[in-house]
Write a protein that binds this ligand. Structure first.
Ligand code: AMP
Ligand code: TRP
Length: 334
């Protein structure tokens, strides 16, 4: 375990995880768990950068943990924990804020987009969110961060902050690398296929939840926006069809060409019906395991309690180093 390279990633418990989260993140995490020492976090402190109903947040956090495990992430092999349980995350974040410039935070596209959407809720935490994310990653001396395409810019910031700190105060942080899978890094909205599939979309038809009934999956795929070209082809001019092919390919293991060939001369109807079945079957084992897990809250509690202990032991080492290097007097215990 000790000499394995380290992975850190996380998802926000801000709603229901989607098929985009599953394909773009969780499936990759599962594939990496044997080769790496992995920390998979439920980033609840990130989630509160937008208003959350407290009881929903509690429920969603536990559900995200169950979804991690149901996807095949083994709690024995990996460290699964809740961000707010390890206070080193916010502590490091304060220090990293002191070396982050407002200019670079102004350039973060996610912040720019979110601020356009809700002027009324432009809180300071939304602005410094990427610094907290950098802290998550850097605390564990992370080598690799598996994320979807949308997080690339945040990861670049984490790398810059690590390098800046190392230059200013001497070698302290490992500079992490992104790990972005080629296929499925960006699953798009079923209603506006030029936008990413997001759990916070107001239109429920735009996304498929990880735990959704077969009927609802079928209904949403049927309604998915395509085009009037009528040919099942993987092309940028047909973003809706391209997105469905990506999903189909990822979940079935069939190549894009194979799928194009299978539906040559057939219309979108059959293609959509089959895509829906591939999704239903792909998510079925996850859903079944998830339902079992939710019946066993004590088990989930044990997992996140053990996870926090393990994570804290690693995190505190880095935090102590950081505090010392910036000149804070170490606390004496009497
Ligand atoms: P979030 O739901 O924003 O906390 O994201 C958790 C993880 O899922 C991150 O690695 C994201 O990059 C990834 N992710 C979220 N939405 C999508 C999507 N539509 N396609 C691919 N990956 C995604
Ligand atoms: N910001 C990420 C997202 O919305 C979630 C996240 C928080 C994260 N901290 C992280 C992802 C650290 C990877 C590593 O998807």
């Amino acid at each position: 375990m000790e000499d394995k390279k380290i992975i850190f990633s996380g998802a926000q418990p801000s709603g229901k995880l989607t098929l985009g989260n599953y394909i773009g993140a969780l499936k990759n995490w599962v594939a990496l768990q044997d080769e790496y020492n992995c920390y998979y976090c439920i980033v609840d402190l990130h989630a509160i950068t937008v208003p959350q109903e407290p009881k929903d947040l509690r429920k969603n956090s536990l559900e995200v943990l169950a979804k991690y495990i149901a996807s095949g992430i083994d709690p024995e092999k990996n460290t699964l924990f809740i961000q707010s349980h390890v206070s080193a995350h916010t502590e490091l974040s304060w220090v990293l804020n002191t070396i982050s410039s407002m200019g670079e935070l102004n350039r973060m596209t996610q912040f720019k987009e979110k601020s356009k959407k809700s002027e009324a809720n432009l809180n300071a935490a939304l602005y410094t969110y990427p610094v907290l994310m950098a802290s998550d990653i850097l605390l564990y001396q992370t080598d690799l961060v598996p994320v979807g395409e949308d997080q690339k810019q945040h990861l670049e910031l984490a790398r810059n902050l690590a390098q800046r700190f190392n230059t200013r105060y001497s070698e302290t942080f490992k500079v992490p690398e992104p790990y972005i899978a080629k296929v499925g890094a960006r699953i798009m909205s079923l209603q506006e296929p030029t936008k990413k599939m997001s759990k916070s979309d107001e239109n429920e038809n735009a996304y498929i939840g990880m735990i959704e009934t077969a009927d609802s999956i079928r209904r949403k795929v049927k309604r998915a926006v395509t085009d009037s070209i009528g040919i099942v082809k993987y092309s940028d001019e047909q973003p809706g069809v391209k997105n469905l092919i990506n999903i189909y390919s990822n979940l079935s293991g069939k190549s894009i060409e194979e799928i194009e060939n299978m539906y040559e001369g057939k219309g979108y109807g059959v293609f959509k019906d089959d895509t829906a079945e591939v999704i239903v079957e792909g998510l079925r084992p996850v859903r079944e395991k998830y339902e079992d897990l939710l019946k066993n809250k004590d088990y989930l509690e044990t997992i996140y309690a053990q996870g926090a202990d393990k994570a804290e032991r690693a995190a505190i080492k880095t935090l102590r180093k950081v505090y010392k290097k910036v000149g804070l007097i170490p606390r004496k215990f009497i």
